[in-house]
Ligand binder design. Sequence first.
Ligand code: GLA
Length: 386
Amino acid sequence: MFLRQSLVRWVVPLLGGFGLLVQADVDVPAAALAAAESGSVTKMDFGKTPDGTPVDLYVLKNGNLTAKVMTYGAIITEIDAPDRNGKLGDVVLGFDSLEGYLGKHPYFGATVGRVANRVAKGKFTLGGREYTLATNNGPNSLHGGIKGFDKVVWKAEPTSQAGGTSVKLTYTSPDGEEGYPGNLSASVTFTVTDRDELKIEYSATTDKATPINLSNHSYFNLAGRTTESILGHELMLAADRYTPVDDTLIPTGEIAPVAGTPLDFTKPTDIGARIKEIKADPVGYDHNFVLNGGGKSLALAARVYEPKTGRLLEMSTTEPGVQFYTGNFLDGTITGKDGIVYRQYQGFCLEAQHFPDSINHPSFPSAVLEPGKTYTQTTIYKFSAR
Ligand code: GLA
């Protein structure tokens, strides 16, 4: 089988400078694509949205790692990482084709915004004005509202970056979209580095003050494509504190210690070890942890180890918080890649973010972007095996 596509290839720089971009329309055998060279970005057609907008998939390959990102929702569709024997496995949940992503699903791999996580009752006051957002999660607004950044088609261009192969996705969110103020120009750059990292760099500017909180909602299962849950994965979170929530998952405003609770992952602990002790419906982790790094510069936030395959994921971020979510709402109604039925605890998310509902909690780190300022966020997922 041959696929008609635009092949964009980076020649990896010899002296650590920028690569040379070579682009051509060519027929590429599907098998050759799978074996695309290290240090390459390959663009493929991935179908069309119902209104006929074409969606592209970018395959970023470098070192031992391959990541696939599509322009619909700036969604990570696949991450292939080696196990301790060098065998590649796809470590994120999702679908085999665009159709699955166009249907109802809980943000698999998605870029979430304008504000990731919840805004209480979809209301906030900024600059003396009250704003009302689209609500889509009980009384609250979740992950940007009804049509968030996960459901729009982004523009894409391969970019140059020393030591990595990248694609930069951009989206302009118009003033008033989902109730948010200001025209917001947002970009997300995905880079697979030669150190087996998937680096995600976000940037945004606005023409009116607006809340902003961009994140990625990948569900990981480091065992690869499997029906097994993530309860046997071992987790370390660099967080001594968390933000307790009410029964609609809105923070009470308190910042509480994890010590003595099932949320204490300061020492590596199996995700499943104390999960049943969580008082929530459905039962499981869905909490914002306050990172010890403080959100000032890039700092290690989490380390997750899967003992059967030996895969290790280390996450670093510039954000002050991370939502650790264990796929509690997965209930067997979604069939994903390879026909696997996604059940509760099939994957875990580590969503780097400002704290939920920050806009209504002046004591939390501010998530407001003012005109003339630039919002930035960097999160790195590093893969290895031992
Ligand atoms: C986030 C939320 C969860 C859930 C998922 C999507 O992680 O915190 O409560 O809404 O997104 O299902």
